[in-house]
Write a protein that binds this ligand. Sequence first.
Ligand code: MD6
Ligand code: FE
Length: 203
Amino acid sequence: MSIETIQGVPVSRGALSPEEQAALLTDLRAVAQAAPPFSPMTGWGKPMSVRITAAGRFCWFSDRRGYRYIEAHPETGQPFPPIPEAALRVWRTFETRADPDCCLINHYREGARMGLHQDRDEADFSFPVVSLSLGDPGLFRIGGTERKSPTRSFWLHSGDAMALTGETRLAFHGIDRIKFGETALLAGGGRLNLTLRRVAKAD
Ligand code: MD6
Ligand code: FE
C-alpha cells in the first residue's frame, strides 16, 4: 500500500481493492443491523444530513446537550459491534502503536454533506484519525486549526484511505458534496466514510 501526500495530507489511493471493499461492505451491513444508523441532532436542534453508527468501544453522539462519545447505542442500549478486520488493516498502515477503539460510520445519501469541524475530543492527539471512503466520491475540504484559515480540497474515491496526523490532526475539515450515483457499490447510491480513531488513552 503506497501513501502519497495530497494537499499536505497522507492519502493511500485504492487502499482497498474492489473485492476488499465489497467484503467490508458485507461486514458493515452486519454492523448496521446490530447498531442501526441514526441522525444525531446538531446544537441548533436540526438533525445532521448524514446518518451515523459505529463499531468498536465508542460512538460519537450529539443532541441538544452537546456532543460526546457514548459506549451504548442510543436506541438499543447495546454495545457497538467489533471493528471489521479490513478497517483495522487500513489503520495499521498509518499507525502501529495501538489499534483504534472507535470506527465511526457516516452514510451520505443524496445531498448530504458534513460541515467544517475539528476532531478534538480524543485523549491523545499523537494518534491520527484515519478515514476510509466507500461508494460515491466525496469532495473533502481541509483548512488549518482556525475556522477562518484558508482551505483546499480534493476528491476521495471508493477505497481511498487517508489520515489526519501531525500538523493536520486538529485541522478543520468537512465534506462539501458527493457525486451521488456515480458508483454502484452501495445499493441505492451514496457514500460511506469510516473514521478510525483512538478515543481513550492507550495503555
Ligand atoms: C468524511 N471525514 O470523509 C468525513 N475526520 O465523510 C471526517 O470528518 C474526517 O475524513 C477526521 C479525519 C479524517 C476524516
Ligand atoms: Fe472529522
